[in-house]
Design a protein around this ligand. Sequence first.
Ligand SMILES: [Zn+2]
Length: 79
Amino acid sequence: MPEDHVPDDLLTQHFMDDLDPAESDVIHRHLEACASCDSRADKIAETMAALAALGDDFWSWPSPDGSLTSADRPAERPR
Ligand SMILES: [Zn+2]
């Protein structure tokens, strides 16, 4: 991965353990070095924790095959 910032969707996948360990490791290192992405990562982690607190079946994601529909993807819901 180049020295780019980590996009939100990749951060989400990182927290969902949906990435290869090597890829996740690159993100982890970037977060330790980059305050900007680290603060976004905190917000994403908070959001995911809040969603998890609503119950596993509130959002039917991640789906077993990894596919997401716009209807059940919280990242695309209006704030
Ligand atoms: Zn960054």
